[in-house]
Design a protein around this ligand. Sequence first.
Ligand code: IPE
Ligand code: IPE
Ligand code: MG
Length: 249
Amino acid sequence: MSSGQGGPTPTHVAIIMDGNGRWAQMRGLPRQEGHRRGLEALRRTVRNASDLGIGVLTLYSFSTENWRRPQAEVSFLMGLLRHFVEKDLAELSAANVQVRIIGSRQDLAPDLRRLVEHAEARTRGNTGLILAIAFNYGARDEIVRAARALAADAAAGRVEPRAIDEAALSARLDTHDLPDPELVIRTSGETRISNFLLWQAAYAEFVFTPVMWPDFDRAAFEDALAQYRQRERRFGGLSTPPGRSVGVA
Ligand code: IPE
Ligand code: IPE
Ligand code: MG
């Protein structure tokens, strides 16, 4: 995919949606209000991603570490996911969006799990934007679950330990059928990865913006994409001067 600005548009953009609490705090509002406004930013970003021709959008909504927050905030965030799936599913489906949830489902309430499964089943045939919501997601947990699946396959004689390669592990991650993200954006000025897509982001470009997530708008999104287009991606190789290709003579 290419754009008018010279560089390519990434196929897969992943976003660490951070700063809801500080957004609220700066306005003397309760943190919950920040999360509510964060949900509006999420809706806006899904529409913008579709418009901008992005293929996959992964949004980090709740980490395996976020259980450490006060119980009231955890419940509120669970409620917000429930509300989002119930309220937005029809609209997302009409917009041809395919919804996925990545992360561990075991700790989710049974009704929330059913709701998520229903959303995935209802949108499975959609061919537009793939929206992956990372909920109760932690990259280390995801890799451990994949390793456990590989170990089980090896113990049952379905896979030879010697034959285990990167593709075998990738195939057992929650993102097994998605391309790796080319661009990871984090809002709120924090410059860490917080256990997000550790495997998949091995060669991603990172854009850190001071914008708090509830304020993330079309302009902020386009700015991140413009920064991505300026980057030179080398994947461990050498840069290619214009007009020359690197090959074995
Ligand atoms: C991001 O905003 C939402 C979640 C992590 C669930 P925060 O709630 O982390 O907001 P800050 O970082 O406290 O400002
Ligand atoms: C990362 O944000 C998780 C999500 C955005 C869901 P946090 O606010 O939880 O990350 P830390 O604690 O600042 O690293
Ligand atoms: Mg935060």
